[in-house]
Design a protein around this ligand. Sequence first.
Ligand SMILES: [Fe+2]
Ligand SMILES: [Fe+2]
Length: 375
Amino acid sequence: MAQQITYDKAYDTVAPEDFPAMLQVARYGRRTDAFDGIISATHDHFWDPLDKNYIDFDQPFDMETTPIVPQEMVVELRSAVADRLDERQKIQLSNDVMHWSISNLLHGEQGALSLSASLCHILLDPGAQEYAANQAREEARHVAGFTRYIACRWGEPLPVGKTIATVLDDLVSTQEVYKKIVGMQMLIEGLAMGSFATLNAKTNDPVLRRLVQLVMSDEAFHHRFGRLWAAKTIRHLSPDEHKKVEDWSAQIFQTLLFNLINAEQKQVIYAKYGLDWQWVRDAVKETFTDDDRRDQLKESTNIFRVLIKTLLHAGIITQRTAPLYAVWVDMKELEAEGDGIPGDVVAEEMLVVLREINAKRKRIVSKDVAAAAAS
Ligand SMILES: [Fe+2]
Ligand SMILES: [Fe+2]
């Protein structure tokens, strides 16, 4: 049985195979109301990736002549790699790099879906379970949305990168709730919100922009669930427990920072251009220095900045591990920024749009029902 760190009854757990515990009569009545607001809001931000009222995947986009994101965002093209390619190839390579990145966002969404489903098996509280089941449903539509987008632009997704595959596997298979919640709800969701916010701000593809806006309108709630857990848990931890959570978070952060995106994992792409991945790795290393990394982390939507911010405001980072992060960001500045994350504003705006579409949809559906009843 896993060692759980739980300070609020809403997060009590049982072993995943202990289904009989779910049938205990007294359990049904112990429902927390902590997540009721997030659960009922789900109807407001409902959307359907298969319905053109929400997103039109058929909008034209010329992949031959237009890069999905500006070429300066593609680290390979800022290195000697650019000297080996003509203008057309540069556009193609940047779109191939996006194929890799968006495929990994899709794998991340699958991870979130499987993890939320795994929470349903171990969380004992019916309210917490309903939240997790609801998140699983929302992650399932993200999987459907990204699969559809990739199908329109490239066909099949690319295989998962080694780093993200290992992190996701650990989070889905662990029985320790703190790892699931810190790892998925705070770190991976934070990372996703940063990526989506960046794509929303920079992409040239209106379909991708709409897709990430829709996804963000759900993710903002998932990230909130993580923050709720932290608010109910972190300040009660014993020094030993805090150290455990803090060290584990720092370790995941470092793994993601240095390995999430690397040349070895993208070698399938480079081969198409006759480029050896080790050569690409060295070329990128030459131009992308620690100073460049620090500069990137100054951008508000940078994924790693969002991660550090989430951990800092959750109270997970103490003086013990702060220096580790301070190498990359100004911690005082981050502290002063408040706990909102980039993407929150986009999610808010999207909620207004979705409420409108959903209200119209309800009117059409009720008209249809009335017509069917009358005939
Ligand atoms: Fe998601
Ligand atoms: Fe999510």
